[in-house]
Ligand binder design. Sequence first.
Ligand code: ANZ
Length: 869
Amino acid sequence: MRKYPFREIEKKWQNYWEENQTFRVDEDPNVPKNKRAYVLDMFPYPSAAGLHVGHPEGYTATDIYCRYLRMKGYKVLHPMGFDSFGLPAETYAIKTGTHPKKTTEENIEKFRQQIRSLGFSYDWNREVCTHNPEYYRWTQWIFLKLWEKGLAYMAEIPVWYCPALSTVLANEEVLNTPEGPRSERGMHPVDRRPLRQWILKITAYADRLLEDLDGLDWPESIKTMQRNWIGRSEGANVRFPLASGFGKSGDSVEVFTTRPDTLFGATYLVVAPEHRLVASITSQAQKASVDAYVAKTSLKSDLERTDLGKEKTGAFTGAYAVNPLTKQEIPIWISDYILASYGTGAIMAVPAHDNRDWQFAKTFDLAIVEVVVPHIATSQGKIPNADGVGERFVASADQTCTMTACYTEDGFAVNSGDFNGLPTADAKQKVGEWLEKIGIGKRTVNYKLRDWIFSRQRYWGEPIPLIHLDDGSIVPVPYEQLPLQLPEVESFKPTGSGDSPLAKVESWLRVTLPDGRSGTRETNTMPQWAGSCWYYLRYLDPHNTETFADQKKIDYWLPVDLYVGGAEHAVLHLLYARFWHKVLYDIGLVSCKEPFQRLVNQGMITSFSYQRKDGSLVPTDEVSEQGTEQFVEKATGELLQRVVAKMSKSLKNVVNPDEIIQEFGADSMRLYEMFMGPLTMSKPWASQGVVGIHRFLDRVWRLSEKTMDRGPAPKELMRVLHKSIKKVDDDSKNLDFNTAISQMMILVNEMYKHDIVYLQIMEPFLLILAPYAPHIAEELWQMIGHSESLAFAKFPDFDQNLVLDDELTIIVQVNGKLRSEFRVSRGTSAAELEALALKDEKIAVHLLGKKLLKVIAVVDKIVNLVVAG
Ligand code: ANZ
């Protein structure tokens, strides 16, 4: 008996598909729109480490789906490429002098080989690499379109700068340490300093990015994350005049609030440390502490500043403003929990009803006035009763606050003069109207979404194709001169002044236009996100030299029918790509509003790790298994608990896909990753599981050694087959791959109950197995006499009669209550069901001494008895 020769057959079929260009796809006009599918994977960044087990998870899922769709008669576009500009290659270049292009292309080749070795059915003719000049020519082209539309502008923006390394750092290169922010490389102190940046006006699309989410078939969690990221808030801007004697006369502090209804409870103002008024209103006595506070906050990121759990800090400016409703003078503070870049950079603090303000007021002993209550008075008449329900609750007349916790929910206004008793929504509306009427406020909408900082002071990215003329104006590099190629440089280190290494390439830098004007090229490059904003469009027409993609091809395929990738791209990539797509839509270059109609996030593949009693984790190679599920630390003998943890190098629990493929084969790897659990769930890798799957495929292989019979298969086996066809069909369509695999295991077990293999079973079985384990399926398909690949064979139909069970359960109800049930053959007549029900002993009890009024029997379902008395 020959062992399952997976290495041989996998190589053979991979070569076959490649040589025959089996998965090359074109735009056949005869295929109707509803029979075309564009299935997209998030393309990988080709890191030096190669594929990790998370990549094949999503890629296997889409591959099964594509292979299934082809067998269901669809024309399927399934491309792959590489997101190949990026920081690691550049960091490596700075360290070793190796050109990032060289490293990147070596890594890409490694990735390609690894991906091929999994037998994925990509159309490799469509591969794109974002660092390829023929690709980034069009990234630059789209940038110029954005620039022409006024959606790209320059501004000074604070960025992380490391004096010791003389370079600007990306956010991910900065670590938060107890000593303050440090460079990841070398742990040097870093500071924030303003540098000239290119910025894309994504905020101009905020409303559309929000609205169009509704029509997308995406996980609700991702839509919510995008909504929160865009963060649309309706509220009002309100001006608080400075109290007399502070600042210039007539000056005021403008705040943004989503709760104008709480204005009576605003007991102090807080402005961001960077607020323009801070310098002019701070009193002499407070100056030293305010200056020190401002200096300290400049080092913090917005995320740290707004961390809810963080202790509140701040400083009093010494100045006061007037609450326009209560007319009371209230103090003005500065604090880092107010962000300069949101709203107006200043707030009215309502400690009774905002958690952050509550914490702040408690820390600095500031007044708290309750202006919203959950229920309203019914008896004493002081506060009108809005809804007629609720218990007595009135804030004390002298406004001494008795609250023990902040109340942030909606309710009814109290201590709010004319607005008393109004439910929150009405109070918001009325106070808003009143503010507008007397001219001290205006209803406004704010967004959390910020414009997108779109430049990096780096080498390994797309050069921004603009020229700064000596007269101060900016002109684009003419379209016909694109791509503006990255020049060769001697060193990849950024310049000491924070400019990109391109600033040192004199010959490239200076340009003279045909009309004699001269200038300097923009030296910033685009961020890594740029290339991935539109790669799904280039796949449609990757070799086009006239345009980024032919309109007809765009119309043929778009939108993407299924996009699969990790949830870590919930906001940035998916929002940026949607933004670019909408801009292209506005220019008339794409005809659908959204690029990715359906999105699925694969769950994370985790691993097991081993935990000591104190909670610390022990690297896997320092653990031995004694007996089943008993784990001890080798060095100490301590009994350890097995826990699920992220894969990490230090825990030595990283699974290498190459090793798995080498030992068990690509089909085993594919099947195992899908069998681990539902696609969207996070699940731990268990090497035992791969062994089990491999054994299953070995059993499939050995079916070929049995005698083949061309005669009719026994009915029971046919039943299992047809049930399996139906289940695998449904499950493949719904991406429920794990349960499809279970069903195929059941079928194989049934097949083993017979000494011979029936071709009538084997053929359709191989077809339903093919999307999952394509190599073994192709090989066996050939062995049973087919000369063509099964990649486009028709997915088998199931026979409805064979899918249904012969026997089923009939339930019996008496006056609507379930009282009994019994098994009958399918199709038993209503009269027979009625007779059976009446004979049933459990039912007889309920009929005793009663009058039977009516019997309703429904074939294959139920008998209903209605009795009286
Ligand atoms: C008074 C108030 C009373 C507020 C209350 C809330 C509850 P979202 O929903 O996130 O837009 N705020 C305004 N500008 C801010 C800034 N630059 N930095 C930090 N906080 C700021 O939140 C808007 C609310 O956050 C605003 O409404 C303001 O506090 C605060 F019972 O004003 B509110």
